[in-house]
Design a protein around this ligand. Structure first.
Ligand code: FAD
Ligand code: FES
Ligand code: FES
Length: 504
């Protein structure tokens, strides 16, 4: 057990003890370190003014993996073992601007400047991870950064231009970049990065981090067995994964979380694998890492994932957190239910597997028992000729929560519906299957008449409510119309559907 949080900032190891475990990284930077470059706009992960970059050791421990996150909802102890990079870290010691900063200056990418550090850090993450981003990559990378005065064109220009300064490195750096850093990798690594790699290796440990502050405590174990023991011992504790829901309980609802159990350091829960039947994703795998695995097998889910919040949220947030949070408007659950996903729940050393469909009982009430947690998510691979789609409706395309999210899994045989599952989010207290609709479709010819019968049956499945996101009438109409859209997209074939070859 250790009580010390250790992370790297500007090449130095910072050690902290006895801090409030729900103090955010942003509060620490601005209030404790007077690093006020990082701004607070919304304090809920929406505006990107607080964006910083976190670097972690890659799986082979030879390189750094850079990811932008929202510091306003990230709790300070979660930095343990990582490097924190803020806008103040970027310029060289002789004040020479970083290529991202120089490009922003040259392209007039700032007006009032409030959003600028956040944009710079999002672009810094792109600069470090992508060599030749497309316009789509740039748009996606900036989906979580809002600017109210400059407008986005000059910032996008800067995103393209920043690579022009990439060659402005010293001859010493050039030497290092031409060298191979270790026998394990063919690629070069910059000297400053090499130092960070060494520092992060020296910080790595397998002890449980236990931070006690007044009546608040935080545990970050590194093994599954220890995590399971802690959850059993503290059944009322708050399990923390990416904190993209939990963070807001603190910053917006001012809730006191007395015991926090962080899942993010549990080694076993970071693994993901695939066998002949399913994808198996650990509860600590971030959405950024889980998405490509899922899209590889379900290519039509790409848009849903691109529209799931923003990269900083997806870099921190997990699929396990989305499922466990049990929000009726969580985006992944309708489609996961439609394709027959199951989850593994663990309590102590015992596990059980249940259908995601059976996990949600009532508004934010799940079948999880005290002392139990979501260990893994098991996603079946698509069946032959199975057609799977999901459609999200929200007020904004990017970075917005669904008003309605519909998901469909269909297989036709001899033009008839041989298998169908339909599920919606946003129209009931839980993400829920439309079983009356399914009954109306099953065994029938996949015709307009059939789909219209299914659309009518949806009114029996759901009685949506109206709220700030959408009226009751809008939800009712779009629930039906999304099914119609699915029929239009999936009915263009003689006899059988084909998940890979349809054109939009
Ligand atoms: C700006 C913003 C935009 C967002 N956009 C979207 C969106 O487009 N679509 C969408 O669906 N969601 C969205 N969200 C919500 C959130 O990002 C997701 O729900 C995310 O998947 C939560 O994962 P997490 O790891 O951050 O969970 P956390 O916040 O860490 O936890 C969420 C809940 O799950 C529990 N929990 C976490 N892991 C486990 C586990 N393994 N076992 C048991 N309980 C667990 C926690 O105790 C908590 O109750 C958004 C959030 C923000 C702040
Ligand atoms: S302050 Fe707005 S995203 Fe963090
Ligand atoms: S420059 Fe003013 S908000 Fe972006």
């Amino acid at each position: 057990m250790t009580d010390t949080i250790r992370f790297v900032l500007d090449g130095n190891v910072v050690t902290l003890r006895d801090v409030d475990p729900t103090r955010t990284v942003l509060q620490y930077l601005r209030e404790d370190r007077q690093r006020t470059g990082t701004k607070e706009g919304c304090a809920e992960g929406d505006c990107g003014a607080c964006t910083v970059v976190v670097a972690e050791l890659s799986a082979d421990r030879n390189r750094l993996q850079y990811r932008a996150i929202n510091s306003c909802i990230q709790f300070l102890p979660t930095l343990d073992g990582k490097e924190l990079i803020t806008v103040e870290s970027l310029a060289a010691d002789d004040a020479q601007l970083h290529p991202v900063q120089q490009a922003m200056v040259d392209c007039h990418g700032a007006q009032c400047g409030f959003c600028t550090p956040g944009f710079v850090m999002s672009l810094f993450a792109v600069y470090k991870t992508q060599e030749n981003p497309s316009r789509k990559d740039i748009d996606d990378a900036l989906a979580g950064n809002l600017c109210r005065c400059t407008g986005y064109r000059p910032i996008i220009d800067a995103a393209k231009k920043m690579y022009e300064y990439g060659s402005e490195i010293s001859s010493e750096d050039q030497h290092w970049m031409n060298c191979s850093f270790s026998s394990a990798t063919e690629n070069a690594i910059e000297p400053s990065e090499m130092m960070t790699v060494e520092l992060l290796r020296s910080l790595a440990h397998s002890q449980t981090l236990h931070v006690q502050h007044g009546n608040k405590q935080y545990f970050a174990p590194t093994s599954l067995a220890e995590f399971a023991q802690l959850v059993e011992k503290h059944p009322d504790a708050c399990i923390l994964a990416g904190g993209t829901d939990v963070g807001l309980w603190v910053t917006k609802q001012f809730r006191d979380l007395h015991t926090v159990l962080y899942i993010g350091n549990v080694r076993e829960l970071h693994s993901a694998s695939v066998n002949r039947k399913h994808l198996d994703i650990g509860a600590a795998v971030t959405l950024t890492d889980a998405m490509p695995l899922i899209i590889e097998h379900y290519p039509d889910l790409e848009e849903l994932f691109l529209r799931f919040a923003s990269p900083p949220i997806r870099n921190a947030g997990t699929l396990g957190g989305n499922i466990a949070n049990a929000s009726p408007i969580g985006d992944t659950m309708p489609v996961l239910i439609a394709i027959g996903t199951t989850i593994i729940l663990r309590k102590g050393s015992k596990t059980r597997e249940i259908a995601l469909d059976d996990f949600y009982l009532d508004y934010q009430k799940t079948a999880s028992k005290p002392g139990e947690f979501v260990e893994r998510i098991r996603i079946p691979l698509p069946g032959k000729n199975q057609c799977v789609r999901t459609y999200k409706l929200s007020k904004r395309f990017d970075q917005d929560i669904s008003a309605v999210c519909g998901a469909y899994a269909l297989r036709l045989k001899d033009r008839r519906v041989d298998h169908v599952r339909v599920a919606y989010g946003g129209v009931a207290a839980i993400p829920k299957r439309a079983q009356e609709c399914e009954k109306a479709l099953l065994g029938k010819e996949w015709t307009e008449e059939t789909v219209r019968a299914g659309m009518a049956a949806l009114d029996t499945d759901y009685s949506p409510i109206g709220d700030m996101r959408a009226s009751k009438e809008y939800r009712q109409l779009t629930t039906r119309n999304l099914l119609y859209r699915f029929w239009l997209e999936s009915s263009g074939y003689e006899g059988e559907t084909n998940v890979y070859n349809y054109s939009r």
